[in-house]
Design a protein around this ligand. Sequence first.
Ligand code: 6GU
Length: 249
Amino acid sequence: MRIDVITIFPEYLTPLDLSLIGKARREGLVDLHVHDLRQWTHDRHRTVDDTPLGGGAGMVMKPAPWAAAFSGVREAGHAVLGADVEPLIVFPNPAGEPFAQSTAQEWSQCEWLVFACGRYEGIDERVYQHLADIGCEVALASLGDYVLNGGEVAVLAFTEAVVRLVPGVVGNAESLVEESHSEGLLEYPLYTRPASWTDPAGVVREAPPILLSGDHAKVAAWRQEQSVARTRERRPDLLTQTDGDVAGA
Ligand code: 6GU
């Protein structure tokens, strides 16, 4: 999978060198490129924003640097992936579709993602019109119902959620099956040794005995019940969503 990120703060994306994603990059499972939008400006001040036409607060990102950035990034990607491959262009935006595990699953199937991080009040609308005109697939995605200063933090989250689903990135593929949200439910509670643990207050806390029974079917049934109970308690909204059949709910 190829991922390009276009931003005016490339340093914001340095965590993508670390941990699981860094390892996936070094192993060639993801080819990730971070670009400074200002490289596609031509004035002395490398201007990417201007005041809004019609007046109002804040600044708007100018269309020309973005159009040049998409052109440059597409050319670079085509040189590697072939001219027939087109990216999904994602604009992190609080007014976009809520990003969910299902979005991550969908995007993890893409050969090529381009994340376009806006800052300020937003990007000139004509950039979206231009991309639609030249036949680009575009998505607006939100990290949640709150406002960030720019798309960079959202791209960190999107990238981590997507890349860990790329085959080979998470060593134990089974760990992807039973985690929170993968079946539309929250994950069941986890325990490890010691089975009997005395906490700092002197309280002896036992792990559920069923987990020591060796009866895999009973363990699986208990975990399913726990997942449903926990979801009902913490996220009842997940149980009323019709997409994704929730077994045992
Ligand atoms: Cl994707 N961008 C910004 N700027 N704010 C957000 C967001 C994205 N998602 C939630 N808030």
